[in-house]
Design a protein around this ligand. Structure first.
Ligand code: ADP
Ligand code: MG
Length: 617
């Protein structure tokens, strides 16, 4: 008998390792970002196409690599970060296994360009499925750019396993945020399919959180600070009244590494005891610094769990320091001395350079265009000429040439019956009934006695919500048949929920051609949504239902309508043409309840001439 054991060739071993390290585009982002940080980059730029399936490019201005290192970094177990096993106990870097680049290069087309400060030229290496296809000198800035194209090109099964772009992009953004939160001193930007998703300047921790999660976050943050022999804690918890229904913004970082810990999460929740409404989850951004010796650092790259030496002490310290912070905050809710003044409105304009405000002009809006079949009365001020002089107000503020304005004049108005009828207005001589969009967020329409400003997203949510409720309870909706059935995987829990609401979903237009243990096949969807949205809508719906009281039939239907309408509604930031604007206005006022959204937020406000007059007094 001959021996049967042999060593696997490198490219096979790498591919197997890749199966563990690289699960999806987001894993590549994580590894490349960590390498860029380990290389002391201060400005890191990420470009992603099709949620990272076709392109992921990370550029840093860090220390770069020599010609030899650039070649070596793709070998398995090649690392500059540790030399011996002892180094593992004083680890300051994110990486140390020397596996990531080898794994990535085994399953994608990779191009690396790198230059060190002292080198005159850089190196460019191309590698495909672990094979170096070229290596040459090149001109490149100091630092490293790694470009990962066509992920899983040689493993179709893995490629097919990837979820929709929307879902994969959400994972990418999650990873990005985790890294960016832990490193506020580093500038980050993230672009997807050419549009900017994040542009994060150098900041402190509070500013970084606000830059990622929006200006409103600032007032919600309560600082937490604790320094003990076992652990140093800093960061923020969200004020109890802003706690969310879903587990949204919950972040633990241990030694600047994002981790998940149900145990520590429990400590935080315990600190909030009695302060939270039922089913609400507090948000938190907590940074724990511990001695690297006290944790098991041999963490797998994709795993976010961690083992502490003295978990119990950590629990107690965490809970009590958060309690303390919340207590302090409750005693003095107004005077927040830890407030970061740099985030306040800058009153000190004397030091500011004066720049003209940016005016966003909606190219589809032309309030002066004469109607096609109007009632014969055309007020003078609607002529092109006055349009021109009106436009001249913005001269110098716009960068486009004049031809863009003439384009604008070609827009046809539908009619102005909408608000005219609803508000009992006659349109003779009035500018009433025309609509335009403000900031791609509000639809403004004129009334006889003033103006009406409608939040487009909330209005559309209300319209869809009522329509969905009607479909579920009264008449069922029509479906659009899919050419190829859509197959979506769900967890066991999700499948349970899905079965409960299957009938209601079918009423809204979904057709389930197959219901399996671990997923469904969908052959028809509501006419109002597109195929690419289905997966994310259903995922969100299941999440919403999980957070809702289970089993209550009425509330389930309501949650379903709320969740789907929220997902399907046009978002703020979407340009709408005149017909779409008027359609929304029309349908909104045909609703049973037009003034509030399904989530109890006001849908529109009015501003009367009287109120305007007062403002001018
Ligand atoms: P690890 O990070 O665990 O060391 P990687 O496979 O991620 O393993 O990277 C291998 C080596 O390549 C690193 O140890 C580092 O020396 C080098 N390297 C990777 N990315 C960069 C980068 N952006 N800048 C400089 N060196 C890098
Ligand atoms: Mg690494």
């Amino acid at each position: 008998m001959t021996d049967v054991i042999h060593l696997l060739p490198d490219h096979v071993a790498n591919q197997i390792a890749a199966g563990e390290v690289v699960q999806r585009p987001a894993s590549v982002i994580k590894e490349l970002l960590e390498n860029a940080i380990d290389a002391c980059g201060t400005n890191i730029k990420i470009l992603v196409k099709e949620a990272g399936k076709t392109l992921i490019q990370v550029t840093d201005n860090g220390k770069g690599m020599s010609v030899t290192d650039a070649r070596l970094c793709f070998e398995r177990h090649a690392t500059s970060k540790i030399n011996s096993a002892e180094d593992l106990f004083s680890l300051k870097t994110k990486g140390f296994r020397g596996e990531a680049l080898a794994s990535i290069a085994a399953i994608a087309h990779v191009e690396l360009k790198s230059r060190r400060q002292d080198d005159e030229v850089g190196t460019c290496i191309k590698i495909e499925g672990s094979e170096v296809t070229s290596q040459e000198a090149c001109v490149t800035p100091v630092g490293t750019t790694i470009c990962v194209k066509n992920l899983f090109y040689n493993i179709p099964a893995r490629r097919n396993f990837l979820k929709s772009d929307t879902v994969e992009l959400r994972h990418v953004i999650d990873e990005f945020q985790r890294v960016a939160l832990a490193h506020p001193a580093i500038q980050f930007s993230l672009f997807h399919n050419g549009s900017e998703l994040f542009q994060l300047p150098e900041a402190n921790y509070r500013q970084r959180i606000v830059n990622i999660f929006g200006g409103k976050t600032n007032e919600k943050l309560v600082p937490v600070e604790e320094d003990t022999a076992i652990v140093k804690i800093h960061g923020f918890v969200g004020k109890p009244e802003f706690a969310k229904k879903g587990r949204g913004e919950q972040f633990f970082f241990v030694n600047d590494r994002f981790i998940k810990s149900p145990y520590l999460n429990h400590a935080v929740t315990a600190a909030f005891e009695g302060l939270l409404k039922d089913k609400a989850y507090p948000s938190y951004f907590l940074f724990l610094d511990v001695d690297p010796k006290s944790i098991d650092i041999n963490i797998h790259p994709t795993k976010t769990e961690i083992k502490f030496d003295d978990e119990h002490a950590l629990y107690t310290i965490l809970r009590s320091s958060i309690k303390h912070s919340l207590g302090q905050f409750n005693v003095a809710p107004v005077l927040d001395f830890d407030r970061d003044s740099s985030l306040d409105t800058p009153y000190d304009f004397s030091q500011k350079e004066i720049t003209p405000p940016k005016v966003e002009v909606d190219p589809n809006f032309n309030p002066f265009k004469t109607e096609r079949s109007g009632g014969g009365y055309t007020p003078n001020y609607r002529t092109e000429k006055s349009a021109g002089s009106w436009q001249s107000l913005y001269n110098g503020l716009r960068s486009e040439g004049t031809e863009s304005f003439s384009e604008r004049t070609q827009v046809e108005f539908e009619s102005d019956q909408v608000t005219g009828n609803l508000f009992g207005l006659k349109d003779e001589g009035e500018a009433g009934g025309t609509t335009f969009q403000l900031n791609k967020k509000y639809i403004v329409t004129t009334l006889k006695s003033g103006i009406l400003v409608i939040d487009q997203q909330r209005a559309h949510t209300r319209i869809l919500y009522e329509e969905l409720l009607k479909n579920i309870t009264v008449t069922s909706a029509v479906s659009q048949q899919l050419l190829f059935p859509l197959s979506i995987q769900f967890s066991t829990n999700e499948m349970e929920l899905l079965k409960e609401i299957k009938d209601s979903l079918e009423q809204t237009g979904f057709i389930f051609s197959e219901v399996k243990k671990d997923g469904v096949e969908i052959s028809g969807i509501p006419t109002l949504i597109s195929e690419s949205e289905v997966e994310i809508l259903l995922e969100q719906l299941l999440l919403d239902l999980e957070n809702e009281v289970p089993g209550a039939a009425f509330s389930q239907v309501d949650t379903l309508a709320k969740s789907l309408s929220r997902g399907m509604a046009v978002k703020s930031g979407t340009a709408l043409n005149i017909a779409e604007q008027q359609n929304i206005v029309n349908s909104l006022f045909a609703c049973k309840e037009s003034s509030v959204s399904p989530f109890n937020k006001p849908v529109f406000i009015t501003l009367t001439v009287d109120e305007l007059d007062k403002k001018f007094m």
